[in-house]
Design a protein around this ligand. Structure first.
Ligand SMILES: [Fe+2]
Ligand SMILES: [Fe+2]
Length: 388
C-alpha cells in the first residue's frame, strides 16, 4: 500500500475485458491506495456512436465491470458536460492533496497527448501510467514518453500482455467473451447497442393487423415521450410493431410453437388465443434476435403482470387506446387517462392502466371466463405501489 490515488478515465462504451484486465494488472503491479474508474459524460475529441447507451447506463456497466477492483466515480457524468481530464485531476487533487495522483491511459493515447486540453498542467498534477499494449512501436513509445518527461512529466510504462480490443470492435461484433458476463447480461437486459430495421419488421405484420399495429406504434411513442423519455425509441417501436405478429395463428399453431420452445402453459391458457398470441409473439421476437426488453413487452401485452417494466406498461396501454380501436369501454379508458394526465397526477399512467385492467377483468367475468392470474397481480401491484 502506498499513497497513490489512481484514476482510470474513459468512455467505457462498453467496458470490455481489455479494460478490466488492464485495471487488474495495474492494481497487481502498483497497489494504489485508492483506485477510481471515471466514465466520462462526453469525450472531448470523439463523436459518440448514435446507439450509445446513456451515461447512466455506462456508469452502471462500469460498476458491473470494475466493481470488484475499483471505486466507480460519477464525477464526470454528474457534471453533464464535455469531460476534460484536467477538471477531473483538479477535483481529485483537491480531495487528495497529500497523495500522489496517477492517471491511466492506453499507449495509443500517448500519440495525441500534447493536444489534450492544458496537457502541461495535467503532467504537473499526475503521473501518467501508460499501458503498453503494443499499439505503438517500442521506439515510438519511448520517444513520446521522453518528450513528456522532458517537459517535467512523470511517465511510467506498464508492459501489458493482452490482445488489444477496441470498443468499436466490441460494439459491432459478437460481444460474448469480449465484455464481462455481468456487463453482457446488462446489455442484453436493457437492449443496449441494438437497433432494428423497423421497415423490415413492419413488413412482417399480417396485413389485416397493420392499421392496428401502426396505431399501437404511434400511441406507444407518444406514451414513451410523455412518461419514459429515457427509453429506447427503437425498442419501443420494435415491440409495438411485433406485439401482434402471431395474432392470426390457429390454436394448434400457437400450441405447437409453445411446445417446441418449452413454454409451459396453464390449462386455461391452452385454448385462450388472447393469451397464446402474446406468448408466441414473444417467442417469434426472440427468434428474431429482439432484446429481452422487447420480448417481455410482447410477452405481457394483454395480461400484464406484477412489476411491469416501463416498456411493458407502454405497449400494454398503447394496445388499449390506439386510435383505430373500437370496443366497449374504450371511450371511458381514454377519458380516464386524459383526465388523470390533465390533473398532473404523477401516477397517471399506472392509474389509467389499473382502470383499463379493471374494465378487462369485469368483461372476462361477464363472459364467465378465467381471469389470468398475471392480470390480477398486475392490478394489485400497481394499486399497492401508487403513491397516495
Ligand atoms: Fe395483442
Ligand atoms: Fe394489439
Amino acid at each position: 500500500m502506498n499513497d497513490i490515488i489512481a484514476l482510470y478515465g474513459g468512455t467505457f462504451n462498453p467496458p470490455h475485458v481489455g479494460h478490466v484486465r488492464f485495471a487488474e494488472e495495474f492494481v497487481r503491479l502498483v497497489r494504489p491506495k485508492r483506485f477510481f474508474v471515471i466514465p466520462d459524460f462526453r469525450p472531448p475529441h470523439k463523436e459518440m456512436d448514435d446507439r450509445s447507451p446513456s451515461p447512466i447506463d455506462r456508469l452502471e456497466m462500469c460498476r458491473l465491470a470494475f466493481g470488484h477492483i475499483a471505486e466507480i466515480s460519477d464525477f464526470e457524468i454528474s457534471n453533464e458536460r464535455t469531460s476534460y481530464t484536467i477538471d477531473t485531476l483538479r477535483h481529485f487533487k483537491m480531495l487528495f492533496s497529500e497523495d500522489k495522483l496517477m492517471f491511466l491511459i492506453g499507449d495509443d493515447m500517448l500519440r495525441g497527448f500534447k493536444r489534450w486540453y492544458l496537457y502541461r498542467e495535467i503532467l504537473s498534477l499526475c503521473t501518467l501510467a501508460v499501458a503498453n499494449r503494443n499499439e505503438l512501436s517500442k521506439e515510438e513509445l519511448e520517444r513520446y514518453a521522453n518528450e513528456l518527461r522532458e517537459q517535467g512529466g512523470e511517465v511510467i510504462i506498464l508492459d501489458f500482455d493482452a490482445r488489444v480490443i477496441s470498443s468499436t470492435e466490441v460494439r459491432e461484433g459478437e460481444m460474448s467473451g469480449k465484455v464481462p458476463n455481468e456487463v453482457l447480461n446488462f446489455i442484453r437486459e436493457r437492449g443496449l447497442y441494438m437497433s432494428y430495421d423497423l421497415e423490415k419488421l413492419r413488413a412482417l405484420v399480417p396485413s389485416r393487423r397493420l392499421a392496428h399495429t401502426l396505431g399501437v406504434e404511434k400511441a406507444a411513442v407518444v406514451l414513451m415521450e410523455r412518461h419514459f423519455p429515457a427509453l429506447s425509441e427503437n425498442e419501443v417501436r420494435a415491440a409495438a410493431i411485433l406485439h401482434d405478429v402471431t395474432k392470426y395463428y390457429s390454436v394448434d399453431e400457437h400450441i405447437a410453437l409453445c411446445d417446441s420452445e418449452g413454454e409451459k402453459l396453464r390449462r386455461s391458457e391452452r385454448k385462450n388465443k388472447r393469451v397464446l398470441h402474446q406468448i408466441t409473439g414473444s417467442v417469434v421476437a426472440r427468434q428474431m434476435g429482439m432484446s429481452d426488453n422487447v420480448c417481455r413487452a410482447i410477452r405481457y401485452h394483454t395480461t400484464g403482470r406484477k412489476k411491469m417494466s416501463d416498456i411493458e406498461k407502454i405497449i400494454l396501454f398503447a394496445d388499449y387506446i390506439e386510435e383505430n380501436r373500437d370496443y366497449e369501454g374504450l371511450v371511458e379508458i381514454r377519458e380516464n387517462y386524459e383526465t388523470l394526465l390533465a390533473s398532473g397526477d404523477v401516477d397517471a399512467l399506472d392509474k389509467a392502466i389499473v382502470f383499463a385492467l379493471d374494465t378487462t377483468i369485469k368483461e372476462v367475468i361477464s363472459r364467465g371466463e378465467v381471469i389470468h392470474p398475471d392480470t390480477i397481480d398486475a392490478r394489485n401491484y400497481l394499486i399497492e405501489n401508487i403513491s397516495v
